[in-house]
Write a protein that binds this ligand. Structure first.
Ligand code: CA
Length: 223
């Protein structure tokens, strides 16, 4: 798989290139927006990793140019933590996914594989409920298309409840899903995770049946 990396930070670019190579990708590294554009005009790529803050031509401009040519090439953008407006502009300009710097190389690689799978038409088994989408492969949860950060246990709990919509599960059943063998269960942990999930995803998503357990009711708007 050939990847175009457009990144002007020498240290970061070098690290990403080395990591992607090790993961089996062939990497072309362009260090400014113009060089990225030239590469796209002359070479064929499976996916692009695109920094937004670039000399000569910004990542957003490059992305607009690419989408203006009706290219459906998957694009993952890299953004700075404090540049929320850039991220929004990038997504609006047609980016498929994004990572906030600093990020983990393993996460970048997992996201690229997910993008490649999607662009190859192999749909991932997304779990959908109202405006919430959970991707078991990439471990991402989105609400109205926006990524929601969940802890590993919050994710597992939500996954479990979404897999068994309309089925009430007891706290003990859920604890078994959340904790591995020999792991100590924190007291009230299910209650705490449910509380966090409600705060992040909506107060009425998970229903408590006092003394019985928890359930996500069937999404009536979907049928
Ligand atoms: Ca940059």
């Amino acid at each position: 798989m050939r990847v175009l990396l457009v990144e002007d930070d020498a240290l970061l670019g070098d690290g990403i290139r080395a990591g992607l190579k090790q993961a089996g990708f062939a990497v072309d590294w362009a260090q400014d927006g113009q060089a990225g554009k030239l590469a796209l005009e002359t070479e064929e790529y499976a996916v692009i990793v695109l920094d937004l803050g670039l000399p000569k031509l910004s990542g957003t401009e490059l992305l607009k140019w690419l989408r203006g040519r009706a290219s459906a090439l998957p694009v993952l953008i890299l953004t700075a933590r404090d540049k929320v407006s850039d991220r929004v502009a990038g997504l609006n300009a047609g980016a498929d996914d994004y990572l906030v710097k600093p990020f983990d190389l393993d996460e970048l690689i997992a996201r690229l594989h997910a993008l490649l799978r999607r662009s190859a038409g192999q749909t991932t088994p997304l779990l959908l409920h109202g405006d919430i989408a959970l991707d078991p492969v990439t471990h991402q949860v989105r609400k109205s298309g926006k990524m929601v950060e969940l802890s590993a246990r919050e994710f597992t709990l939500l996954h479990e409840l979404l897999l068994h919509v309309d089925r009430v599960q007891s706290r003990e059943q859920l604890e078994q899903r959340l904790y591995g063998w020999g792991e100590e269960v924190e007291s009230n942990s299910v209650e705490v995770h449910v509380h966090h999930l409600r705060k992040k995803l909506g107060a009425d998503l998970i229903r408590t049946l006092r003394g019985v357990g928890y359930v996500i009711d069937k999404d009536v708007s979907a049928s």
